[in-house]
Design a protein around this ligand. Structure first.
Ligand SMILES: [Zn+2]
Ligand SMILES: [Zn+2]
Length: 363
């Protein structure tokens, strides 16, 4: 079931400040608290209000929520646990669970990879260097200097969380928060590892291989599972998202799956038709210019465009420009004049001597 929009639940605009969010939540919590509001739906509604506040009331989680809305969920759903805590707090159910801080998944990384149009068409195996956090090889991720080991935190007995009783408008409740001494890790490192300064992870440069499938487009995002940053306390690695950027090609431009290029044909080829060699991504191919081709004619080579990522091929569209010769020999002038005469065209071929005179005059 899709979750309702949390901003709508709290009745606030997306631009609301954290203070406004807090105010809206307090107001709604008072109205919908099941002790006050006997409406059978109030409990459900109250739970939803809390859930919305758990996310929007926390600036970091709110930013994550906003991003997730924008890119369609590439970062996965939130864990459900924080909601349970606040619900427990409001209902005074002292079922405080002694939770282990548990494994923490590593962060996702993002990188851009430049590829050529040929690589986009055929697919490629590319090497790229990324910098990421990996488990520190000196301490195997424990954060403790060689010869020592992390000790359980005395403040939370290794659970990473502490409980205290809190008075609210609705009565006294147990609240659970992250242990301030170990920051939720549940253990303390007395002698931190010198290589990673105790955080158990170290920045490492890695060369990785990216399999670029055939048919990718500029901006295609590839997901390399488990190539992100190392997790903590045995958590899995994050993912690496690679955004592809296709370099400009000297011959072809791309429109979707179609490729476009320009060629020059002569006056005679345009008029009489011709078979000419044109470049394609697979090497030269023969293009038939039909008789009477006009300047700017778009001639199509079917299936010579880009492959689609899910099969099929685009076309190659060849734009022909007709070149008017500017270096005619005496004989060619004579023949062309004769041709014009036959067509009944009015011309006055300039004689070479006259042209030369004009040039001298113009310089
Ligand atoms: Zn270390
Ligand atoms: Zn602790």
């Amino acid at each position: 079931m899709p979750r309702p929009d949390y901003y709508e639940v709290l009745g606030i605009p997306r631009t609301a400040t954290q203070e406004e969010i807090k105010r809206a939540f307090r107001q709604l919590a008072r109205e919908h608290h099941p002790d006050v509001n006997r409406d059978p739906e109030a409990a459900e509604r109250f739970k939803l209000i809390n859930e919305a506040y758990q996310v929007l009331g926390d600036a970091e989680r709110r930013a994550q929520y906003d991003r997730r809305g924008a890119n369609g969920g590439a970062f996965g759903p939130f864990g459900g646990t924080p909601f349970d805590d606040i619900f427990d707090m409001f209902f005074g159910q002292q079922r405080a669970r002694e939770r282990d801080p548990g494994p923490e998944r590593g962060s996702d990384l993002r990188a851009t990879l430049k590829i050529t149009l040929e690589e986009a068409a055929r697919g490629a195996e590319k090497r790229m260097t990324i910098t990421r956090e990996e488990t520190c090889p000196a301490c195997f991720g424990t954060g403790a200097e060689k010869g020592s080991a992390p000790e359980p935190c005395s403040a939370c007995q290794g659970t990473g969380q502490v409980r205290f009783n809190r008075r609210t408008a609705f009565g006294q409740f147990a609240q659970i928060t992250t242990c301030p001494q170990c920051h939720g890790a549940g253990r303390l490192v007395r002698r931190p590892c010198r290589d990673c300064r105790g955080n158990g992870r170290a920045l490492v440069q890695r060369e990785i291989t990216v399999e670029v499938p055939a048919g990718v487009d500029d901006g295609t995002r590839l997901r390399l599972q488990g190539e992100g940053e190392a997790g903590a306390r045995g958590g899995g690695r994050g993912d690496l998202y690679v955004d592809l950027s296709i370099l400009p090609h000297p011959v072809f431009t791309r429109e979707g799956r179609d490729l476009h290029c320009q060629i020059e044909i002569s006056m005679a080829q345009a008029a009489l038709g011709a078979e000419i060699d044109v470049p394609t991504l697979d090497g030269p191919a023969t293009l038939t210019v039909p008789p009477g081709a006009q300047p700017g004619a778009a001639l199509v080579l079917r299936g010579k465009g880009m492959p689609g990522m899910h099969g099929g091929h685009g076309d190659l569209v060849v734009h022909a420009s007709v070149v008017i010769p500017a270096d005619l020999t005496k004989e060619q002038v004579k023949l062309l004049a004769q041709f014009a005469k036959l067509r009944g065209e009015q011309i006055k071929p300039a004689r070479k001597s006259l042209l030369e005179k004009m040039r001298a005059y113009l310089v």
